[in-house]
Design a protein around this ligand. Structure first.
Ligand code: 5GP
Ligand code: ZN
Length: 111
């Protein structure tokens, strides 16, 4: 997807250290962390919204959620973490490429 910052990161056009990578997803640190540890789990395939889900994309989202718990130790999130997916304008989504925020590394305040 042209001009999508996360597609550029996935393609390696914008360098960003990868804390995890497989054939379907990458995990990077958020450039403006909202907690001591703030990761972004980004599917390699571009789509913006959960409402654009089809069977293939559902498999990708399932893979993301199955993989996240296996990374808790690697990412330093053993103490717990918060999972956020912002959707659309009212949800505060600024990058229109689906991604899962993982926030942790400290005791988070009330949501
Ligand atoms: P959203 O607001 O769409 O849910 O989340 C987008 C997130 O991407 C924001 O937290 C923002 O800080 C992060 N972000 C935007 N551009 C970059 C970038 O170039 N590199 C990284 N690592 N994070 C980015
Ligand atoms: Zn994209």
């Amino acid at each position: 997807m042209e001009n999508c910052i996360f597609c550029k990161i996935v393609a390696g056009e914008i360098p960003s250290p990868r804390w995890y990578e497989d054939d379907k997803m990458i995990v990077i640190r958020d450039i403006e962390p909202k907690a001591k540890l703030h990761y972004l789990c980004i599917p390699k395939q571009h789509f913006a919204l959960l409402s654009e889900m089809d069977e293939a994309r559902a498999e990708i989202v399932k893979h993301l959620f199955q993989t996240i718990p296996t990374l808790e130790k690697t990412l330093g999130l053993e103490g717990g973490y918060r999972v956020i997916i912002n959707q659309g304008e009212d949800g505060g989504q600024t990058v229109p490429h689906l991604h899962i925020h993982l926030l942790g590394g400290e005791k988070l305040g009330e949501f």
